[in-house]
Design a protein around this ligand. Sequence first.
Ligand code: NAP
Length: 242
Amino acid sequence: MEKARTVLITGASRGIGAAIAGRLARAGYDILLNYHSSHEAAALVQKEIESCGRNCTLLPFDVGDEAQVEKTLSTIIEHNVPYALVHNAGVTRDTLAAMMSRSDWDTVINVHLTAFFLLTRLMVKVMLPKREGRIIAVASVSGETGQAGQMNYSAAKAGLIGACKALARETAKRNILVNVVSPGLIETEMIAGLPIEKLLPAIPLGRIGRSEEVAGIVNFLLSDEATYITGQVIGVNGGLYM
Ligand code: NAP
């Protein structure tokens, strides 16, 4: 029997990441499941994955911390080179630019953008000799349009888009495809507290999206049907930005 492909997903204890992990497990992938500190939630996702007959290794670490990233991943990925990385971990520290603290800025840039650099630097080294691989960054409509109150988050997500396009050009010859999935408003804890009713008129499809709708696109981009797609930003936003 052929060995299952392994995917490393960051921020997969909850929300969109947990849905991606579940979707990919059902498609036959083993999962390296990163999260920060929600141990109980991560254990539930692990249980779901194992109930599909797939392996799931829990890897709690801070994706923005260089030492933790290197210590946790370097040995694991050398022994079992993942087929794909999905960098989905995210936080917000929303406030107007004039009120934004240095730590609001640094935290958001670290978790989204610097983490992507730290993770891909390791992953690409082991993927290149294999001449195959997929890398996906989960960005946001805020990184495409800019969003008031989110200068840090919009900058981090726009940065991810640029980083993915550069990396896609660098790695294409070795058959490593790099794309961005860019959600609009998706029903998770991240948007709890937003005035949803006020936001709905701006969404042509007239509703908030579901995590599974993002997970389906990630699954497609990792599949053998997506062999000619690289350097693209795929919006999953109900038409909020076109
Ligand atoms: P969520 O429900 O708040 O989940 C965030 C996930 O990221 C959790 O698993 C969390 O782990 C993890 N995480 C946070 N900081 C981390 C760190 N330093 N190291 C490792 N993991 C960390 O968020 P979500 O809505 O699913 O968002 C997932 C991604 O989609 C994010 O990149 C977000 O920016 C993007 N996005 C979301 C929306 C939306 O409307 N929801 C829209 C556009 C883009 P713990 O559980 O351990 O804290």
